[in-house]
Ligand binder design. Structure first.
Ligand SMILES: *[C@@H]1O[C@H](CO)[C@@H](O)[C@H](O)[C@H]1NC(C)=O
Ligand SMILES: *[C@@H]1O[C@H](CO)[C@@H](O)[C@H](O)[C@H]1NC(C)=O
Ligand SMILES: *[C@@H]1O[C@H](CO)[C@@H](O)[C@H](O)[C@H]1NC(C)=O
Ligand SMILES: *[C@@H]1O[C@H](CO)[C@@H](O)[C@H](O)[C@H]1NC(C)=O
Ligand SMILES: *[C@@H]1O[C@H](CO)[C@@H](O)[C@H](O)[C@H]1NC(C)=O
Ligand SMILES: *[C@@H]1O[C@H](CO)[C@@H](O)[C@H](O)[C@H]1NC(C)=O
Ligand SMILES: *[C@@H]1O[C@H](CO)[C@@H](O)[C@H](O)[C@H]1NC(C)=O
Ligand SMILES: *[C@@H]1O[C@H](CO)[C@@H](O)[C@H](O)[C@H]1NC(C)=O
Ligand SMILES: *[C@@H]1O[C@H](CO)[C@@H](O)[C@H](O)[C@H]1NC(C)=O
Ligand SMILES: *[C@@H]1O[C@H](CO)[C@@H](O)[C@H](O)[C@H]1NC(C)=O
Length: 548
C-alpha cells in the first residue's frame, strides 16, 4: 500500500506541471460553459416574464404589474446574449428605468428608481413614503451595479447617447445614496449592512472616477475603508454567511476587484476579500447535503435545494447545475425571483472564478473530514460585542450557531424570519436537507456547539422566556403528523436543560395550521417554555444524532 502511494507520488511529481496546466484550463473552460448555461436558463425564465410592448419585466405574482429592478437585470442578460433584437429591447428597458428615476433633491428617495412604474408617487397621504416599501433605498445600488456592468461590458452594443444617459443615471443614483445615514430617517445603512454597503461603495467609487466627482470617489473610499476594517477583524463580513445575501456581497465585491483601480481601497482589497469569503464558505459547505451550514445572519433559504439562494447561482457557475445546491429545475423553487440576478453572476463568474481556491472547489464536490469552523463577526451599532460563531460539520449532520448580544430582536435587519442564529441541518433519505432553526425572540443568546450538541441559553431570560424552534416537515412519504422528535425523520434528538421538556408543537402551513409558512417553508413549531416559577436561566440542550 505504502509502495503504491510512493509510486503514485512519483508519478504526480513528474506529471504535475502538465496536470496543473490542464486542470487550470479545464476549470476555466468549464466555468465559462456553466456560466453560459446560467445565462441561458435565467434568461429563458425571464423571457417568459418580459412584456415587450412595455419594455419591462412583469412583477412576479401580480396582475401583470411591471418591475424596475428585474428589468435592469434582464437588460444585462439581453446585452450579454445579444441575439436578434435583444440589444434594442435592452435600450428600451434602460430608457424606461432612467425615465422613472426620482429627481427631487428635497426627498429622501432622490436619485432612487421607482419600484414599479404603475405605483403612485411616494410620500402622499394615500401612499406614504415607507422605506423598503413604497420606495427601496437599496435599489439605487442594485440598479446602479447592473448599469455599471452594462457600461463596462456592453457599452459598445448601445448607442453612445444612451450610454451617456446610463452614466448620468448612475451618477444621480450615487448622489442620492449619499443621503443614506444609518439611524437617520428610518435608514439602516451602516458599513455593517454588508451587501448594501458594498454596493454603495462600488457605485460611488466607480462613477466618481468616471465623471470626475471627487466627492463620490471619496465617499466610496471612506465607506470601503470602514467595510474593510470590519472584515479584517476576522475575515468575515458583518452580515455573516447566509446563502442569499452572501451572494449579493460577492457580486458587489467583484465590482471592487474588476472595475476599480488598485490605488483605491476597493480595488486593492476586493479580490482578497472574495478569496477569503470563499475559503470560509468552502469550510461551511456540505456537498452531500448541498447546503451552506448555519448560522445565517440573513437568509430566506433553509434548504438551498428547495429555496433558490444567490450563493447557489455562483456555485452553479463553478460546478454546473447538476452539482450545485439547487433543484434541477430552478424555476420550480421557492424565492425564484432571485433567479433574475442570474445574468449578472453569469457575466462576472468567469472573472470571479480565479478567486475561488481549489480547496473550496473540492468542497463543492465532496465533503471531506468532520471539522469545526470558528469565527467572529461584528455589526455595530447593533452588537454590544462581536458575535462568536461555531459550526460543527459532519457528513450527514451540521450544527451551527452564534452568540450575540444586540440592542434589537431579529438581528441587524430586525427580521426574525431572516436571522437564523442557530441552525441544524441533516441529510434525508430523498437527498434534501432537514432543518431546525431557532426563531429569534431575544436580544442575547449564548450558544455552545459541540459534536452533536446544540446548547442554547438566554443570558437575560427569565421564567417567561421560550425557545421556538422551526422544524422541517418530513419529506414526501414520511410521517405527516409530527407530535414529538420521534416523528421527525432522519435524526434522533434528546432534549435537556432548564426548560419544561415537553414542547408545544404546532404547524405552520400553506393552507392551514396555527400560523403561516415562513419563507415559503411549511414548518412544525416546537416551543419550549420555562416551568412556572423557575429562577434558572432559560437553557435548552439538543443532543442530535443522524439516523437512517
Ligand atoms: C437554453 O435553454 C433552453 C430552455 O431552457 C434550452 O431549450 C436550450 O437547449 C438551451 N440552450 C443551450 C445552448 O444550452
Ligand atoms: C420636491 O419635494 C418637496 C418635498 O416633498 C416638495 O415640497 C416640492 O414641491 C418638490 N418639488 C417639485 C418640483 O416637485
Ligand atoms: C463636494 O462637496 C462639497 C462639500 O459638501 C460641496 O461644496 C461641493 O459642491 C461638492 N462637489 C460636487 C462636485 O458635488
Ligand atoms: C477568528 O476568530 C476565531 C474564533 O474566535 C479565532 O479562533 C481566530 O483566531 C480568529 N482569527 C483571527 C485571524 O483573528
Ligand atoms: C450518511 O448517509 C448515508 C446515506 O445517505 C449513509 O450511507 C452513510 O452511512 C451516512 N454516514 C454517516 C457518517 O452517518
Ligand atoms: C465573543 O467572544 C469574545 C472573546 O473573544 C467576547 O469578548 C465576547 O463577549 C463574545 N461575544 C458574545 C456575544 O458572547
Ligand atoms: C451549556 O452551555 C453553558 C454556557 O452557556 C455551560 O455553562 C453549560 O455547562 C453547557 N451545558 C452542557 C450540558 O453542555
Ligand atoms: C421577564 O422578561 C420579560 C422580557 O424581557 C420582561 O418583560 C419581564 O419583566 C421579566 N420578568 C421578570 C420577573 O423579571
Ligand atoms: C410558535 O408557537 C409558540 C407557542 O405556541 C407561539 O408563542 C409562537 O408565536 C409561535 N411562533 C411562530 C413564529 O410560529
Ligand atoms: C438519547 O438518550 C438515550 C438514553 O440516555 C441514549 O441511549 C441515546 O444515545 C441518546 N441519543 C442522543 C442523540 O443523544
Amino acid at each position: 500500500m505504502l509502495y503504491q502511494l510512493w509510486l503514485l507520488q512519483q508519478l504526480l511529481v513528474w506529471a504535475v506541471p502538465w496536470l496543473a496546466a490542464t486542470a487550470t484550463s479545464v476549470g476555466a473552460d468549464k466555468t465559462a460553459v456553466y456560466a453560459k448555461d446560467l445565462l441561458n436558463q435565467s434568461m429563458a425564465f425571464m423571457d417568459r416574464n418580459y412584456d415587450p410592448v412595455a419594455g419591462y419585466q412583469f412583477n412576479l405574482n401580480t396582475a401583470l404589474l411591471h418591475e424596475t429592478r428585474s428589468s435592469a437585470w434582464y437588460a444585462v442578460g439581453l446585452l450579454a446574449r445579444n441575439e436578434k433584437d435583444d440589444a434594442d429591447h435592452a435600450a428600451k428597458i434602460l430608457s424606461n428605468i432612467i425615465g422613472g428615476q426620482y429627481h427631487n433633491t428635497s426627498e429622501q428617495w432622490y436619485g432612487d428608481y421607482e419600484v414599479y412604474p404603475e405605483g403612485p408617487y411616494p410620500g402622499t397621504e394615500a401612499y406614504p413614503a415607507v422605506i423598503y416599501n413604497s420606495w427601496d433605498p437599496n435599489w439605487r445600488g442594485f440598479i446602479g451595479t447592473a448599469f455599471i456592468i452594462i457600461v463596462e461590458e456592453f457599452g459598445h452594443r448601445l448607442p453612445h447617447s444612451l450610454v451617456d444617459r446610463v452614466v448620468k443615471s448612475i451618477h444621480l443614483s450615487a448622489l442620492g445614496d449619499t443621503y443614506r445615514v444609518g439611524g437617520v430617517d428610518d435608514d439602516n445603512l451602516y458599513p455593517a449592512y454588508s451587501n448594501a454597503a458594498i454596493m454603495k461603495a462600488a457605485v460611488a467609487g466607480w462613477v466618481g472616477r468616471r465623471v470626475g466627482d471627487k466627492n463620490l470617489t471619496a465617499e466610496g473610499e471612506s465607506w470601503g475603508g470602514e467595510i474593510i476594517d470590519l472584515f479584517n477583524r476576522n475575515q468575515t463580513l458583518s452580515e455573516f454567511n447566509g446563502p442569499t445575501y452572501l451572494g449579493v456581497s460577492l457580486l458587489a465585491l467583484t465590482f471592487w476587484a474588476k472595475y476599480l483601480p488598485s490605488d483605491s481601497v476597493l480595488g486593492a482589497n476586493g479580490a482578497r476579500m472574495i478569496r477569503e469569503i470563499w475559503d470560509l464558505t468552502g469550510q461551511l459547505y456540505n456537498a452531500d447535503m448541498k447546503n451552506i451550514a448555519g448560522p445565517w445572519d440573513r437568509s430566506y433559504s433553509y434548504d438551498m435545494q428547495r429555496a433558490l439562494a444567490i450563493a447557489g447561482l455562483w456555485i452553479w457557475s463553478f460546478v454546473g447545475l447538476e452539482d450545485a445546491p439547487m433543484y434541477r429545475v430552478p424555476s420550480a423553487m421557492a424565492h425564484v425571483d432571485d433567479f433574475e440576478i442570474g445574468p449578472l453572476i453569469s457575466v462576472l463568474a468567469p472573472y470571479h472564478r480565479q478567486f475561488v481556491g481549489e480547496k473550496t472547489m473540492e468542497a463543492f464536490r465532496t465533503f471531506g473530514e468532520e471539522h469545526f469552523v470558528r469565527r467572529q463577526a461584528f455589526s455595530p451599532p447593533y452588537d454590544a460585542c462581536p458575535r462568536n460563531i461555531t459550526t460543527w460539520m459532519s457528513a450527514n449532520l451540521t450544527i451551527g450557531a452564534e452568540n450575540f448580544e444586540e440592542n434589537v430582536v431579529g438581528g441587524p435587519s430586525v427580521n426574525p424570519a431572516q436571522f437564523n442564529p442557530a441552525v441544524v441541518q441533516w441529510l434525508r433519505r430523498d437527498g434534501s436537507a432537514g432543518f431546525v432553526t431557532l426563531f429569534p425572540e431575544v436580544e442575547a443568546l449564548k450558544a455552545v456547539v459541540t459534536e452533536g450538541r446544540l446548547n442554547l441559553t438566554y443570558p437575560f431570560g427569565n421564567e417567561t422566556s421560550q425557545f421556538t424552534l422551526h422544524v422541517s416537515p418530513n419529506p414526501l412519504g414520511g410521517r405527516r403528523d409530527v407530535r414529538s422528535w420521534d416523528d421527525v425523520a432522519g435524526v434522533k434528538v434528546n432534549v435537556s436543560g432548564s426548560v419544561d421538556l415537553t414542547p408545544t408543537v404546532s404547524f405552520c402551513g400553506v393552507v392551514g395550521g396555527e400560523c403561516d409558512p415562513v419563507n415559503d417553508f411549511d414548518l412544525w413549531n416546537f416551543t419550549y417554555s420555562m416551568p412556572a416559577g423557575s429562577t434558572k436561566l432559560p437553557n435548552l440542550i439538543l443532543d442530535i444524532e443522524w439516523a437512517e
